[in-house]
Design a protein around this ligand. Sequence first.
Ligand SMILES: *Cc1c(COP(=O)(O)O)cnc(C)c1O
Length: 404
Amino acid sequence: MPGFELFGPEERKEVNDVLETGILMRYGFDGPRKGIWKSKELEAAICQRFGCNFAQLTSSGTSALTTALTVLGIGAGDEVIMPAFTFVASFEAVLSVGAIPVLAEVDETLTLQPDSVRQAITSRTKCVMPVHMCGAMADLDALLAICKEHNLLLLEDACQSIGGRYKGRHLGTIGNAGTFSFDFVKVITCAEGGAVLTNDEATYTKCDGFTDHGHDHTGVDRGADLHPFIGYNYRISELHAAVGLAQIRKLDQFLAIQQKNHGQLKTILSQLPEVSFRTIPDPSGDSCTFLSWLLPSETLTRAVIAELKSQGILAGNFYWFDNNWHYIRKWDHLRQASTLNNLNDGQRQALQKLSVTTFPASDRVMSRCISTAIGLLWTEEQTQEKGEKIVAAIKKALSRELVN
Ligand SMILES: *Cc1c(COP(=O)(O)O)cnc(C)c1O
């Protein structure tokens, strides 16, 4: 990761097709666009590549989540169970539809711990939203079983795991709906964009209208469209879709490089008995976007981070426990309900409760976890060198620990 590392003539060619006609919008202008429909082409490519029946492009991964929640009927008063470790977009989307984010613990899968999900279920729970963090998947069999038992929807946030699979099916296509992000640092990028994936036609039809002001897209022109429900503008532009089209064609190449570099790095770190790796429910489905590894204690992990920093090689190694964007510990704005407008009563009460809730099980995992982002441009020698430097940093921290 990320796809921007291999941006090239293919992306420029697709964008130029759009610039030649000047039709930058994905709908209408049938004559002047001269048969150029990049958004439709990318949606078809997504369905084909990931084996789902329908895909709706959106302006971002965040708007894809907002769209998915809305079309699944999740709104005011409904509770959505999501992990304490994710990107801020997950709770932003839940709050934006008027629903209540209920945070559950994560385990060494780096996402929802099934028992914690069970404990979080109330009569208001409507949806479970696992986030396939850092390239690999949630324990989907366990979560699907819970959803079935309690009649809940499953929405997969697969924004970080494009190309990952679980037991032969692509992440994002297994729940009632799934989302991708194509923002600038994702597996494949189109600068800003996202997608909702689903196998259910009614869900898709709602996405199609909701992301375009409720248009039913059945009129002979946009002016003749009816509006069966209220929507918003979460459209993608043809310029963005054009970049995405070139990138999706490179996805297999990206995944092959990631697998190779990830495998090499993992072999090097495996030398140390102190290093363990995140739990991956289906290891063959890892997109290998990150190598996430764990050490025995928070103290040691902090010492390794300090060592990597002092050697100037911290970049690309993420200690999420201290990160402002990804873990509950630093989401003060969420806990304090710092919003610019009024929340509804249910949301306010839930955030008050969250402000005094602790996540000891998640802390035990996240305080010991480092994720190394896998580069697409690393040579074998560079990967070797990176691995050896990390191993040296861990050994140094271990030897200091012995002295102290
Ligand atoms: C990137 C990301 C999103 C949101 O995507 P944007 O396109 O940046 O809005 C949502 N969830 C997760 C887990 C992400 O990593």
